[in-house]
Ligand binder design. Structure first.
Ligand code: AMP
Length: 468
């Protein structure tokens, strides 16, 4: 399957070639032709599946076709009016922005990523402007962006409502509405805002909804806001993160946890890592501690100003920051391909967040490693995650870092190899240096369970999910 075969406009194809994309991902192959044909879409897919392009490419295709047509009388008149006002030295009268496309996202980071991706995919088009409207961005800056009357708005729901209510945005010309990570937006309590925004858009719009799940509340909302949608379920490796090795390490106390964290981050296979903490304060404290220990670390959380968050993410993308210490909301949607490791310093509150967290690694089909540092009282939480993901997470022990309390987990596992990005086969490693191994790579007689009883099997990966 090629992008040409999906029927995309030449200018979009050129941008894809430039980006080095050769083959559509599964979600793109299914979504793009249907979206080009004008269908509404309900897509269950995770980040990392290429979902941004799945909705943005057909939209850009549509706008590219419209750009090939002569400009409308209304558009010409509006531009002429603005130009002649400027030539008279007057400020053109403020007119509400009339976007053709709106993408709603749960977080600012995701919104910025969608905007960046749009700039990339639209780089060979004559006039398509995408802007982000976000909480935390200075108001005058947003007014400036809206005054350019961008075709594409990418926004978090709360801030968008403010602008809608003050008459700065008019959705009467809207052609395409996208809800990205809809489940997350609902979790965050945006349902009323979303309903209000949808009600302000024309009934003739095309609607595409992307969500990790299409059940329950999301499914109900999806039914209300779409018309005869094509339902696309991307199952398998992206949902299960099969390219991401998962591990649980038991820890006795904070000092054990910190030593283990430092050891994991010193691993030579690590390019970049995200360490997740439960609180903003912990994110700051741990980032400070790691910096003192010589890691290029930075914190990322919701109490930071948008500018500082952007600078940190830029540093991460440029490789200046090697370890990002983050809370859930701030880290959602982070797309940095060199992230090889995700460490759950604290387990997430919700199993769903676990899936989102580990999805920060293993981007675009690469391999990744996700390690959870778990104290002995948290076994139940690991089980909840396993029930949610329908996958068992093997317990691992590193020589020299054995937990004292769980006798069965105290023995280092002896397996033939470590893990490195891009390689799931493993290679021999020296005692005390080995860190990771492929689940099921070699028999592990003991030491791989967090259950109290003695283990009789191997990694547990073959045990049925229900017996935990
Ligand atoms: P997303 O799921 O939209 O967050 O995309 C995940 C990552 O995959 C991003 O880094 C994209 O740039 C990349 N990507 C998306 N589509 C393709 C493709 N067809 N080929 C290669 N990389 C892609």
């Amino acid at each position: 399957m090629t992008f040409e075969a999906l029927g995309l406009h030449a200018s979009v194809l050129k941008a894809l070639t430039e980006s080095g994309y050769t083959t559509p991902t599964s979600v793109q192959a299914q979504a793009v032709p249907a979206a080009i044909a004008g269908r509404d879409l309900l897509v269950s897919s995770q980040t990392g599946s290429g979902k941004t392009a799945a909705f943005m490419l057909p939209a850009l295709h549509k706008f590219a076709l419209e750009g090939d047509l002569p400009q409308t009388e209304a558009g010409r008149t509006a531009n002429q009016e603005a130009q002649s006002a400027r030539s008279r030295g007057e400020r053109p009268r403020f007119k509400a922005a009339q976007p053709k496309m709106l993408v709603l996202t749960p977080t600012r980071e995701l919104a910025l990523q969608v905007t960046t991706a749009t700039d990339k995919y639209g780089s060979f088009m004559r006039r398509v402007k995408a802007v982000s409207i976000l909480g935390g961005m200075p108001y005058p800056k947003q007014m400036q962006l809206l005054a350019k009357n961008p075709e594409i708005l990418v926004a978090t729901p709360g801030r968008l409502i403010d602008h809608m209510e003050s008459g700065k945005i008019d959705f009467s010309q809207l052609e395409i509405l996208v809800l990205d990570e809809a489940d997350r937006m609902l979790d965050m309590g945006f349902i009323d805002d979303i309903e209000k925004i949808v009600a302000a858009t024309p009934a003739t719009r095309q609607t595409m909804l992307f969500s990790a799940t299409l059940d329950g509340v999301v499914g109900n909302m999806a039914k209300r806001i779409t018309k005869d949608p094509l339902v696309i379920q991307i199952a398998g490796s992206t949902n299960k993160h099969e390219n991401i090795q998962q591990r649980v390490h038991f820890v006795d106390d904070l000092s054990h946890k910190n030593r283990l964290l430092d050891h994991i981050l010193r691993d030579e296979t690590m390019d970049q890592a995200v360490v997740f903490t439960a609180t903003k304060r912990d994110a700051d404290t741990i980032a400070d501690r790691l910096n003192i220990a010589g890691f290029a670390a930075a914190a990322l959380h919701g109490d930071m100003h948008q500018g500082a968050r952007n600078r940190t993410l830029d540093g991460m993308r440029r490789g200046q920051v090697r370890v990002l210490v983050a809370t859930d909301v701030a880290a959602r949607g982070i797309d940095v391909p060199a992230i090889t490791h995700v460490v759950n310093y604290d387990l997430p509150k919700f199993p769903e967040d676990y899936v989102h967290r580990i999805g920060r690694t293993g981007r675009a089909g690469r391999n990744g490693l996700a390690i959870s540092l778990v104290n002995h009282a948290e076994g139940m939480n690991v089980k909840r995650i396993e029930r949610f993901t329908k996958q068992l997470i093997p317990v691992d022990v590193i020589e020299g870092f054995e937990p004292k309390r769980t006798a069965s987990a105290a023995r280092p596992s002896h397996k033939p190899g470590g893990w490195k990005p891009g390689d799931n086969r493993g290679a021999p490693s020296k005692p005390g240096q080995r860190t990771f191994s492929k689940p099921g790579a070699a028999p592990r007689k003991e030491g791989s369970s967090f259950s109290k009883g003695p283990r009789t099997g191997d990694t547990g990966a073959r045990r049925s999910f229900s017996d935990r």
